[in-house]
Write a protein that binds this ligand. Structure first.
Ligand code: GAP
Length: 503
């Protein structure tokens, strides 16, 4: 069986991890203390890129849809929330330890990797049968059966090759902390493992205060925490991460249509952001989460294979009914639209929910993996011709951390002052930098490495006719234009509208 792929072992991911650190996108958390496993910090360029992705998602949900509004709920919630949601009893991963290596694994992941091996070896039917059997055993909570499957498939420890396994047992992924400073017997307070419950418990507050009519959605971006057993592949699987979730409340019986609508809409979002269609696919769940009636993942082809970036779940009335039962507060909506089959209003019901849930960090990772480009370029002509390697981030201009860099060609003759004037004028509209150190080629390279779409060069001619050259990151072509045209030119390229028009 293949070894687990870690950043150190996947050459392409290794380059991206190194690039992300060197150019201020992502750092290991508490690195000076050798880091905390599966926790990461975003640097100056990373936070800009991530904020742009989050803002795009937020506006695509709340600004483009008249019937989707946002909230920002607290991370801590009354502990019964997690009993009602099923997370206390059911938010588990099946774990298994190897007695020789003392390493801990997710039993389901070991089996899924074996299934992927069959698929790679040209026997997809055997892989699919194995995945289906795993789904059946997990749904039946047959942990002995899962262990037997590991033995029957001769799955060994990826590190030591040992087949000495413990029994499989369930491990709850929620982090908890002391909720009360005075009552040590008070139940623990959990760090939310999904943002969705903050939406469910506020369903009626939002519906009433914003006078929403079904169908309508509530969107939220926020941190979630999971004590992942196996955390690897950089920011793909973290213990602290960010989710962008939207619960769409619908009339029972219409959830199938809405599920299909949101499935298609969410895929379009990723394509509009520049993730190529051939690197995206749907994957229906074999094993449904405890709350789901139907579920599909949108997967992206990372350097380590196709993996989930977003889940679309048809959650029925599960969550609202659970909260209604435990809180003893009605979670119903009165629908005064007329049901044509009876001629009467639909009346009171607990709405059904279709959820879209995308990880901000996974979208960030997909974006940076897709943007990371290495190419050989030829410069000069004839005998002076040279070739060199160029690395650049081909980010969609709408999400690039810096929209334009302004370079005075030399640090004299009034060029720095002119560059400063352009900066001062455009900084109200865009995030910019001024760079005056090193040769112009080096300055282009530095901006390419962080994905800046435009470099504006102030030269001798600028001082005569108020024109500048604009150098384009992807083509390296240069265009001469009046300074007065810059704002409109950059605005057009970096505008969210260009993404939204494709949705
Ligand atoms: N409310 C539904 C829910 O939480 P999920 O499929 O468990 O569903 C949704 O998670 C998304 O959250 C995933 O598609 C992924 O993008 C992100 N996510 C989940 N666990 C993660 C982790 N440990 N690290 C980073 N992102 C994670």
């Amino acid at each position: 069986m293949s070894k687990p792929t870690t950043p150190a072992e996947n050459p392409q991911l290794k380059d991206i991890v190194a690039h992300a650190k060197e150019y201020g996108f992502v750092f290991q958390s508490s690195e000076i203390y050798d880091g905390l496993a599966a926790v990461y910090d975003y640097g100056p360029n990373g936070v800009e890129l991530k904020n742009n992705l989050k803002r795009l998602w937020w506006e695509a949900m709340t600004q483009l849809h008249g019937n989707v509004v946002g909230i920002d709920a607290a991370i801590f919630m009354e502990p019964r929330t997690w009993e009602a949601s099923g997370h206390v009893a059911g938010f588990n991963d099946p774990l298994i330890d190897n007695l020789d290596s003392k390493k801990r694994y997710r039993a389901d992941v070991l089996i899924e990797e074996k299934a992927a091996e069959y698929e790679k070896a040209g026997d997809p039917a055997r892989g699919a049968a194995l995945t289906a059997e795993l789904g059946r055993l997990l749904t039946a909570n047959d942990l002995a059966g899962v262990k037997q499957l590991i033995i029957d498939e001769k799955i060994t420890d990826p590190l030591s090759g040992s087949s000495k396994w413990t029994d499989v047992r369930q491990f709850n992924l929620m982090f908890s902390t002391q909720g009360s400073a005075v009552d040590s017997d008070a139940p623990p307070v959990y760090l939310r493992p999904e943002t969705a419950q903050g939406i469910f418990v506020n369903f009626l507050n939002v519906q009433k205060s914003a006078r929403m009519k079904i169908p309508f959605g509530i969107a939220q971006i926020g941190k979630a925490f999971r004590n992942e057993i196996v955390a690897r592949q950089f920011i793909f699987r973290m213990r602290e991460f960010e989710q962008m979730e939207m619960q769409f409340f619908v009339r029972p019986g219409t959830e199938g249509e809405w599920y299909e609508t949101w499935k298609a809409a969410r895929r379009r979002f990723h394509e509009a952001l520049g993730l190529p269609a051939e690197k995206l696919r749907f994957h229906d769940h074999d094993k449904l989460a405890h709350y789901a009636k139907a579920a599909v993942d949108i997967e992206f082809e990372f350097p380590f294979g196709f993996k989930e970036i977003e889940g679309i779940h048809s959650r029925s009335d599960f969550d609202l009914t659970q909260h209604q039962n435990l809180s003893r507060k009605k979670q119903q909506y009165f629908d005064n639209d007329i049901d044509e089959s009876t001629g009467k209003p639909y009346g009171n019901y607990v709405p059904y929910v279709v959820e879209t849930s995308v990880g901000a960090d996974r979208l960030f990772l997909a974006t940076i993996c897709q943007a990371f480009q290495e190419e050989t370029i030829t410069e000069g002509e004839g005998e002076a011709q040279t070739t060199k390697q160029r690395t650049f981030l081909k980010l969609h201009p709408a999400v690039a951390p810096i929209k334009a860099a302004i370079f005075p060609l030399v640090r004299k003759d009034g060029m720095p002052e002119k560059a400063q004037q352009i900066f001062d004028d455009l900084r109200f509209d865009f995030r910019l930098v001024i760079e005056d150190k090193d040769a112009i080629g080096k300055r282009y390279t530095r901006q390419d490495l962080i994905g800046t779409p435009f470099c504006i060069v102030v030269d001798g001619q600028t001082l005569e006719d108020d024109t500048v050259t604009v150098r384009h990151r992807d083509t390296r072509e240069q265009t001469r234009m009046p300074i007065s045209a810059l704002r409109a030119y950059i605005s057009e390229a970096v505008s969210f509208r260009r993404v939204f028009e494709k949705l």
